[in-house]
Design a protein around this ligand. Structure first.
Ligand code: NAG
Ligand code: NAG
Length: 278
């Protein structure tokens, strides 16, 4: 069972775990260092899952239809590879799918909003916000990061509330031959004055030819996509190893199908802004 809880008081903590790289991290509230608690959720395989029965229509540009992701994937670095990705968004709520009552028994609606580097070679360096909705726990919200598939989702004890504005930035460390084994996560509130920083090393190589901004149904085809407020990704930027800056223009739009027949769409606004709508 891949579960552990770590406590750190004051200064950054270094921990290591077989096959899971090493991490150092710290958090500040209005510039003052505060304790970090990172908790690993149970392992869920969160790789991109195409819905092969859905049509892959061309609209503004290339479209991929998946069962678990909706958003935008930048697959075309103008030169070099992606080493940094950034976006802002407000923390949405999640609600039962249309026409469905509150969760009962072991029902779990589980949505995450994130930015990531990689995905092409099956490894993703990613961080963002998330929500679960269950009968026992009600609505839970959290900030998190993950080096998939080395670790499961790592929740972070950052304060998080509905409609808080978050800014997440990932930077791959020492990219070489289009790959990296470490990176830096910075998760900032833009509402509550809290900044979390984590440096990861010694992980499985991530391929840097992709950068993505995603809303994901973590439970994939086990439960329908929940209802949620549109996730508006703003100030979306990706930087390449040659210093180029790219945004949403030229990305593959990813739409998510839900087992109840709904489609979660990704709508382009401009080069730095788009939204995901259930
Ligand atoms: C896949 O897409 C088809 C066509 O849009 C849809 O009817 C079906 O429900 C989708 N499957 C899943 C598992 O979301
Ligand atoms: C980095 C960041 O966005 N910080 C903000 C967090 O919230 C405080 C209080 O609202 C702001 O003053 C900071 O600018």
């Amino acid at each position: 069972m891949k579960t552990f809880t770590l406590f750190s008081v004051g200064a950054s903590l270094l921990f290591s775990r077989a096959l899971a790289g090493q991490q150092t991290y710290s958090m500040t509230h209005n510039g003052v260092e505060v304790p970090v608690v990172i908790k690993e959720l149970p392992w869920i395989d969160r790789k991109l899952n195409f819905n092969s029965s859905a049509s892959q229509s061309k609209r503004d540009g290339p479209i991929s239809v998946t069962t678990n992701w909706a958003g935008a994937i930048q697959e075309s670095p103008v030169a070099g590879d992606f080493h940094t990705i950034i976006a802002d968004w407000r923390v949405n709520g999640i609600y039962p799918p249309p026409g469905v009552g509150p969760p009962t028994g072991s029902d779990e609606y589980f949505l995450v909003e994130w930015v990531g580097l990689g995905s092409d070679c099956g490894v993703i360096f990613q961080a963002g916000t998330g929500q679960t909705l269950t009968q026992g726990g009600g609505l839970q919200q959290f900030a998190w990061w993950e080096w998939f598939p080395d670790n499961a989702i790592q929740t972070i004890n950052m304060p998080i509330a509905y409609m808080d504005k978050f800014r997440v930035k990932l930077t791959a460390t020492n990219p070489s031959n289009g790959k990296a084994t470490g990176g830096v996560v910075i998760i900032e509130n833009e509402t509550q004055g809290v900044t979390f920083t984590l440096t990861a090393t010694d992980h499985t190589e991530v391929c840097l030819n992709n950068a993505e901004w995603i809303v994901e149904n973590v439970r994939n085809t086990a439960f329908p996509w929940p209802t949620f407020e549109n996730v508006e990704f703003t100030e979306c930027e990706a930087f390449t190893t040659t210093g180029a800056q790219q945004g949403i223009t030229g990305t593959t739009a990813v739409h998510g199908t839900s087992i109840d027949g709904r489609t979660v769409v990704s709508e382009y606004q401009d080069n730095e802004d788009f939204y995901v709508q259930p």
